[in-house]
Write a protein that binds this ligand. Structure first.
Ligand code: HEC
Ligand code: HEC
Ligand code: HEC
Ligand code: HEC
Ligand code: HEC
Ligand code: HEC
Ligand code: HEC
Ligand code: HEC
Length: 468
């Protein structure tokens, strides 16, 4: 009955609109109507999918056990639903066909044979999670290969070796996956679950960066440790900053009472947790702000950059946002637990820190560096092969970031002792050495045996296709 009335009302509205000739308005109304969801859980599964589970249960109890405890298993999402491939897919595992020639094993026969891929990409997940995949695809996480190859002197000038990159940079940022002649994945690029992994199907990223397989749990991703594997250390110590903040203290004291496992999108500040985690501020929904897999949302500054700028002005990958809107979103998160004055005043202080770093430390140091290059006292062809280049780098890349991020995320020790205090020291020694070169018209000492400056300097073609 209810359905009948709704349909009748709809027909009336539609007819009315058509009479009015407003096709655009019609489209808008249609978009605002709830989607008709097709949703049913079928317990049955094809025999090929039974084979995966049964054989792998014996072969890899670790994989089976994780999957069996996941929400995927509850919803009857099987191994085959994620690892299914077409025989012509670039990432199909040719090796795996051999598993169907094992008469010694139940299910090890031809009748269960299907193509399988070892790599499961955001594109594969997007079949069932289109929104998360779409948001992720526009984030700096997904696009980090494009960003780092435009910016980074280690890569652009080949100042470290390919192996140093594989064991360091690409572990966090992601590899460009490659296949070898025999069809197997190139071990220099695999395994890898970096945030910006470039997959063979052209998609970017790896959802396992935060949701490790095969639990794929929201609980894990909501905890700060999920981010801390990459967000740590001297140049981006977010996990240390967090653990030092009051919010981190509260997590340490009360985290085991938080309800980490509430349904996606329902994790509620003040109800399920009393102090936010990284995800709580940067990703999870709060008030009118929706959950997002684009971590660039809610940011009003690029505080990792040498000169702090707005996200929309970040040249290598300009964010399609308005920083004022994003700032309001972040404030909305805070306001789940704090009053307006508390929140506004926090950001007044943070914005002043940004301004002070930019004007007092970065700009004069940068001007001095440019002067030295112009006068020929420093050599621009390479970076890091002269002492003052390291000093300048650490001023913005290490200490300057710590000062800014410590202030953003309420960690006074990072903002001052690891931050501005170190900036002052570095600034003074940098300026002193620079003035000395200028005074004596002396060229800087160059390290003649700079180790391992052997890395490939060609931008990956998979990322920088023609016209980009
Ligand atoms: C008869 C046993 C058997 C069956 C059936 C089977 N597998 Fe496997 N599979 C294995 C074994 C054993 C390995 C590990 C091979 C190795 O370690 O070299 C493996 C490896 C894999 C890998 C890793 C491949 C790679 O290239 O990294 C994936 C993914 C996988 N299986 C998924 C599946 C899926 C999905 C199914 C069902 C469509 C399935 N398997 C069916 C035994 C089986
Ligand atoms: C929700 C999707 C999903 C489901 C369901 C799933 N997998 Fe996976 N599997 C992945 C992802 C993602 C990876 C990690 C590879 C990557 O990062 O691309 C992976 C990796 C693997 C690997 C290689 C990892 C290793 O450590 O060697 C094997 C083997 C595998 N899966 C088997 C299975 C089996 C067996 C099942 C069912 C019991 C299963 N998978 C269910 C997504 C899935
Ligand atoms: C065949 C459809 C399907 C595919 C493919 C699929 N999922 Fe899911 N996923 C589901 C369903 C159904 C649920 C349960 C409903 C929910 O919690 O959102 C779910 C839940 C989840 C959750 C929430 C788990 C929790 O603890 O609440 C995460 C995270 C997730 N999936 C990640 C992934 C990732 C990453 C991939 C790709 C590697 C993937 N899914 C592939 C259907 C799928
Ligand atoms: C431990 C993980 C990790 C390693 C190793 C690592 N990075 Fe990063 N990198 C990060 C994180 C996290 C950020 C984000 C910093 C921020 O926003 O505060 C980042 C930021 C960057 C940026 C700035 C991007 C921007 O948007 O401005 C560049 C460039 C970069 N890394 C290049 C590299 C290179 C090149 C290497 C190796 C020589 C490397 N990274 C090693 C995790 C890592
Ligand atoms: C940077 C870490 C991170 C990465 C990478 C990531 N997720 Fe998530 N994901 C989260 C967090 C945090 C949540 C929990 C949000 C909340 O509190 O509800 C989540 C929640 C989810 C959920 C539950 C529904 C929802 O939106 O809350 C799904 C489904 C999901 N992720 C799928 C994916 C897929 C698919 C990918 C790859 C395209 C992916 N995730 C990559 C951190 C991540
Ligand atoms: C596997 C490594 C890895 C993990 C895990 C990871 N990140 Fe990142 N994150 C990065 C890298 C690398 C960058 C820098 C990307 C760039 O700018 O090129 C980054 C950048 C960011 C940024 C800055 C975005 C911007 O627009 O400047 C935020 C915010 C962020 N991550 C939050 C998170 C949160 C929250 C989590 C956990 C839920 C998380 N990350 C997990 C590697 C990681
Ligand atoms: C109380 C909320 C809160 C928590 C908790 C939090 N952050 Fe932040 N984060 C912020 C704010 C606010 C900023 C500055 C936003 C701006 O620049 O407008 C920020 C900035 C960042 C940036 C710098 C982004 C850029 O490009 O300038 C990264 C990266 C980041 N956070 C990652 C993390 C990680 C990882 C964790 C957990 C270890 C975490 N955050 C915990 C609120 C939080
Ligand atoms: C889930 C609730 C929650 C959220 C969300 C939250 N906070 Fe807090 N915050 C707290 C609690 C609880 C305290 C401890 C207050 C006290 O000292 O008694 C706190 C403390 C603080 C402090 C005091 C730090 C100190 O060391 O004195 C500041 C500043 C702060 N929060 C700012 C923010 C900002 C800015 C945001 C948003 C980016 C935010 N908070 C988001 C719960 C929250």
């Amino acid at each position: 009955m209810k359905g009948y009335l709704t349909t009748a009302a709809l027909v009336a509205v539609v007819a009315g609109l058509l009479v009015a000739g407003s096709v655009i308005a019609l489209a808008q109304i249609a978009r605002n109507l709830p989607k008709v969801k097709e949703f049913r859980i079928e317990r049955a599964m094809p025999k090929e999918a039974v084979a995966c589970i049964e054989c792998h249960k014996r072969e890899h109890p670790g994989i089976f056990g994780d999957w069996a405890r996941s929400r995927h298993a509850s919803a009857n999402v099987t191994c085959y639903d994620c690892h299914k491939a077409e025989s012509f897919d670039p990432d199909v595992s040719k090796e795996h066909y051999k598993q169907y020639e094992r008469r010694d094993r139940p299910y090890g026969t031809k009748e269960y044979r299907v193509p399988v891929a070892g790599v499961v990409t955001p594109k594969d997940c997007s079949r069932c999670h289109p929104d998360e995949a779409k948001q992720y695809a526009r984030s700096k996480h997904a696009n980090t290969q494009q960003i780092i190859w435009q910016l980074d002197p280690w890569l652009k000038l080949g100042m470290n070796s390919d192996f140093e990159r594989a064991s360091g940079c690409y572990h966090c940022h992601g590899t460009v996956l490659k296949k070898m002649k025999d069809g197997k994945l190139d071990p220099e690029t695999w395994p890898n679950v970096g945030v910006g992994r470039v997959n063979l199907d052209g998609s970017k990223g790896s959802c396992t960066s935060c949701h490790t397989r095969h639990r794929f749990s929201v609980m894990e991703a909501r905890k700060p440790e999920a981010c801390g594997q990459c967000h740590l250390g001297p140049d981006h110590p977010q996990i240390e900053i967090y653990m030092e903040s009051k919010h981190g203290d509260i997590y340490t004291a009360h985290g085991d009472e938080y309800d980490w496992n509430t349904a996606p999108g329902t994790w509620t500040a003040g109800v399920d947790f009393r102090g936010p985690t990284c995800a709580g501020c940067h990703m999870s929904g709060a008030g009118t702000v929706l959950t997002s897999h684009d971590v660039t949302e809610r940011l009003a500054w690029e505080s990792q950059a040498p000169l702090t700028i707005r996200p929309e002005d970040f040249k290598p990958f300009p964010a399609k946002v308005n920083h004022e809107v994003e700032r309001e979103k972040m404030k909305e998160v805070c306001k789940q637990c704090h009053g307006k004055t508390w929140v506004d005043d926090h950001f007044v202080k943070y914005d002043k820190v940004i301004n002070e770093y930019n004007e007092v430390y970065f700009k004069p140091a940068k001007k001095m560096l440019d002067d030295l290059y112009a006068k020929g006292l420093l050599d621009k062809t390479k970076f890091f092969d002269e002492e003052l280049e390291w000093e300048f780098y650490e001023l913005w890349h290490h200490e300057g970031r710590r000062a800014r991020m410590g202030a953003a995320m309420m960690a006074p020790d990072y903002s001052w002792w690891h931050g501005f205090y170190e900036c002052k020291k570095r600034y003074n020694s940098f300026m002193e050495a620079a003035r000395d070169l200028i005074k004596h018209k002396k060229k800087a000492y160059k390290y003649p045996d700079f180790p391992n400056a052997t890395g490939n300097t060609t931008r990956p073609a998979e990322v920088f296709r023609k016209g980009k």
